[in-house]
Design a protein around this ligand. Structure first.
Ligand SMILES: [Zn+2]
Ligand SMILES: [Zn+2]
Length: 251
């Protein structure tokens, strides 16, 4: 084979596999992934409602679950003593069974139909509170991670929001500049350092004086969203709301 045709298989194989999976998932009839009942979407309505669970009192700023005894207090201690760069966080559910394994099904087993179900949950959780926002920003993946996975799960769950709210998605104007180690692999003390300088804004015009809604699948310590939020504020974003599918119950 001539040299210029030798594209390394590992470069295109993940993309082809993801595309093939997406096509077959769209064409074949599916059952609800949780209860197995026949349903046209990845999750039936009853299971969607079960995933949200009961009302939980959360810090309005960072989404941290709070003790019910202090539910009148809308900010957690950490946000009061050191306010984060973002202004608000809306969380659908705790990162706990059964939604945690569904998140992994989307991310690591490319169950892409779950993305529209998750988008639906985010739309329900936000209600009418974010419809006056300006732009949606799915947390960017590094080039390497995107190539390996074949898709950005945050972008996939943000697409239904963009359609429902007729809101533009920021795709290339904000990027992850380096392939940070997965936060989950690191001790808590190193996570903030790991994220430092991880994001860059390439075109500040898309966020300047805008209310930006950052979309992500899992929030743990909040260091990723803090770093991204700080980067956006430095580049002139007026307000930042995090809209996340799941959050670990403790920091
Ligand atoms: Zn179901
Ligand atoms: Zn808080």
């Amino acid at each position: 084979m001539p040299k210029h045709f030798s594209i390394k298989p590992q470069r295109w194989r993940p993309w082809v596999n993801t595309l093939a999976r997406a096509v077959s998932q769209r064409l074949l009839p599916s059952d609800c992934l949780m209860c197995g009942m026949s349903h046209s979407a990845a999750l039936c309505d009853a299971c969607m409602s079960d995933l949200v669970g009961s009302d939980t009192s959360r810090c309005i700023r960072c989404g941290l679950k709070m003790m019910s005894s202090v539910h009148t207090d809308t900010l957690c201690g950490a946000c009061r003593s050191e306010p984060p760069a973002f202004d608000q966080t809306i969380v659908v559910a705790d990162y706990a069974p059964p939604i945690d394994s569904l998140v992994q099904d989307l991310k690591f087993r490319a169950q892409l139909p779950l993305a529209s179900a998750f988008g639906g949950l985010l739309i329900r959780a936000a209600g009418s509170s974010l419809q006056a926002a300006d732009v949606l920003l799915p947390v960017p993946l590094s080039h390497e991670r995107l190539e390996q996975r074949g898709f950005n799960q945050a972008l996939e769950i943000a697409r239904p929001l963009a359609r429902a709210w007729n809101m533009p998605l920021i795709l290339d104007s904000c990027v992850r500049t380096r392939n940070t180690r997965a936060q989950a692999e690191l001790p808590l003390t190193q996570r903030r350092v790991n994220m430092r300088g991880a994001f860059a804004v390439r075109d500040r015009r898309v966020i300047e004086n805008q209310h930006v809604v950052i979309v992500d699948d899992v929030m743990t310590t909040g260091h990723t969203l803090q770093e991204l939020g700080a980067c956006l504020k430095r580049h002139g974003a007026a307000r930042i709301s995090n809209l996340v599918l799941t959050r670990t119950p403790t920091r």
